[in-house]
Design a protein around this ligand. Structure first.
Ligand code: PEP
Ligand code: MN
Length: 350
């Protein structure tokens, strides 16, 4: 079991993708501090997918972050991808580190960072790996915990896909949900900037993340996004950021009165869920009997015509009842796949 301690002040972390110059960093930091942001982000070393792009200002930029701390009182955070980054950041008094999405995919790199952090108690934010592989994400927390780091949180920044989508990186919300289940007490912060890749979509996704119980937001803000040296399209201006935060609804924890209101409805849901499980058990029992018949009568397990017909009927019926047709298809696909799996297993047992 990984021991997790909460990180303070991470409900809103903001700042430019990259620290580009002392003037750019200070300009951005002053605006954000005036809006009440407590933690300032800026990339000092930038992991670029392809070479030839701006790769960060490097160690000199740590001095600019130090100046932000001194002048605004905000805590500062930057990305560390190897032992050299960790040592330089610690020496400069950086308050919090984050591990980038590309680094989380590499157990060697994460182990190197973890080893360099041994003996410190700096908070570490771990971005999800760029591919949708939950075990790599969990593995990074395990490696850091193995090095004695306790204050850790996750950053959900979406997952890469070969196909064009509305978002730059697809959210795959079920992955952070499962992460929370696997590591109880872990705060999950959402990064709608990298997820959307588009500044106009950031506010919508930021609210969606809060509705999905994100513990905080990690947002790219640049004083002049059009001239940013990295991630131009997704950075908000400080004004846009202020407008967005003014509208965001940060949820509270349910109080006894809320729980009392929801209790009878939840009791009804529990009964329905139990009934669904019972119905599924009955359904699989029946498919078992049909499976036996198919086996003994030399019939294929998959009967595509029957599958298509029933899937169409259910999607139509679902729509009539006000349900989403695609959801019904997906649900039935899952149930049907399990029926097929059971029938195949039964056949192989013989
Ligand atoms: C960043 O936050 O600037 C960054 C490089 O993010 P990611 O690792 O999510 O691509
Ligand atoms: Mn970025």
């Amino acid at each position: 079991m990984i021991e997790i301690q909460k990180i303070e002040n991470c409900s809103l972390i903001a700042g430019p993708c990259s620290a580009e110059s002392q003037a750019q960093v200070m300009d951005c930091a002053r605006s954000l501090a005036a809006m009440g942001v407590k933690v300032f982000r800026a990339g000092v070393w930038k992991p670029r997918t392809r070479p030839g792009n701006f790769e960060g200002a490097g160690e000199p930029a740590l001095e600019w972050l130090k100046a932000v701390k001194t002048e605004t009182g905000m805590a500062v955070t930057t990305e560390a991808a190897n032992a050299r980054h960790v040592e330089a950041a610690l020496k400069a008094g950086i308050d919090m580190l984050w591990i980038g999405a590309r680094t989380t995919t590499s157990p060697f790199a994460v182990q190197e960072v973890a080893d360099a952090l041994r003996g410190t108690d700096i908070p570490v934010l771990v971005k999800n790996p760029i591919n949708a592989e939950l075990e790599l994400w969990i593995g990074a927390f395990e490696r850091l915990a193995g090095a004695g780091i306790k204050r850790m949180a996750a950053i959900h920044r979406g997952f890469s896909s070969y196909y064009e989508r509305i978002y730059r990186y697809s959210p795959e919300w079920q992955i952070p949900i499962e992460l929370r289940r696997r590591i109880p007490g872990l705060q999950v912060i959402c990064d709608p900037s990298h997820m959307t890749g588009r500044s106009d979509l950031v506010p919508h996704l930021a609210q969606m993340a809060l509705d999905m119980k994100a513990d905080g937001l990690f947002i790219e803000v640049h004083p002049d996004p059009c001239h940013a040296l990295s991630d131009q399209k997704q950075q908000l201006t400080p004004e846009q950021f202020g407008r967005m935060t003014g509208k965001l609804v940060f949820h509270r924890e349910p109080e006894p009165a809320d729980l009392k209101f929801m209790e009878p409805y939840r009791a009804l849901l529990d009964d329905i869920d139990l009934q669904l499980i019972q119905d599924l058990a009955d359904r699989f029992h029946i498919t078992g009997s049909i499976g036996e018949y198919k086996n003994t009568h030399n019939l294929a397990i998959l009967q595509p015509d029957r599958y298509k017909a029933i899937s169409d009927i259910l999607a139509e019926k679902g729509k009539e009842l006000g349900l989403d047709g695609d959801f019904i298809r997906l649900l039935f696909e899952t149930i049907h796949a399990e029926s097929i799996r059971c029938q195949i297993n039964k056949k192989n047992d013989k």
